[in-house]
Design a protein. Structure first.
Length: 150
């Protein structure tokens, strides 16, 4: 169940999402406290709240991150944009063979690490008719995670 929640959160991070845009004062104390303890060097923090989770977008060491917390303030996971060529070699070979350019145009590549420390990668491609999100395991196994028709 935790992996399903983490995967959902990652898709939300990759896809355009609709959130309210509250100020940090609207984020619960436990979430703010956990965030401040985990990311002491975070800068330019922007908080967004949905009914299921809270997202903190921020910069740390010159890189962009998004930390996700449940409504109780516990960390769900952390995502960051990464270079496509940093994916496992087996995944790069599979993707090049099954999803060539054109018609598949790379949109974004994200690593997502759960609160328990498990990491997966999510790669989104666009074609003229759809958006495709692939899930890549650390060992390089590639699965179609979600297709969105345009």
């Amino acid at each position: 169940m935790k992996k399903l929640i983490a995967a959902f959160v990652c898709v939300v991070a990759i896809s355009a999402s609709a959130f309210a845009n509250p100020l940090a004062e609207n984020v619960n104390y436990k979430t703010l406290n956990n965030f401040k303890q985990q990311f002491t060097e975070a800068e330019n923090v922007n908080w967004k709240i949905s009914t299921d989770f809270v997202k903190a977008s921020f910069i740390m060491d010159g890189k962009s991150y998004e930390a996700f917390y449940n409504t109780d303030g516990d960390m769900i996971g952390l995502s960051k944009v990464m270079d496509f060529n940093k994916l496992p070699k087996a995944a790069l070979k599979t993707i090049a063979k099954k999803y060539p350019y054109p018609p598949y145009k790379l949109e974004e590549c994200v690593s997502f690490t759960t609160g328990e420390g498990d990491t997966n990668y999510y790669v989104s491609f666009v074609t003229p008719g759809e958006k495709l999100v692939l899930q890549v395991s650390p060992s390089g196994v590639v699965n179609e995670f979600k297709k969105i028709k345009k």
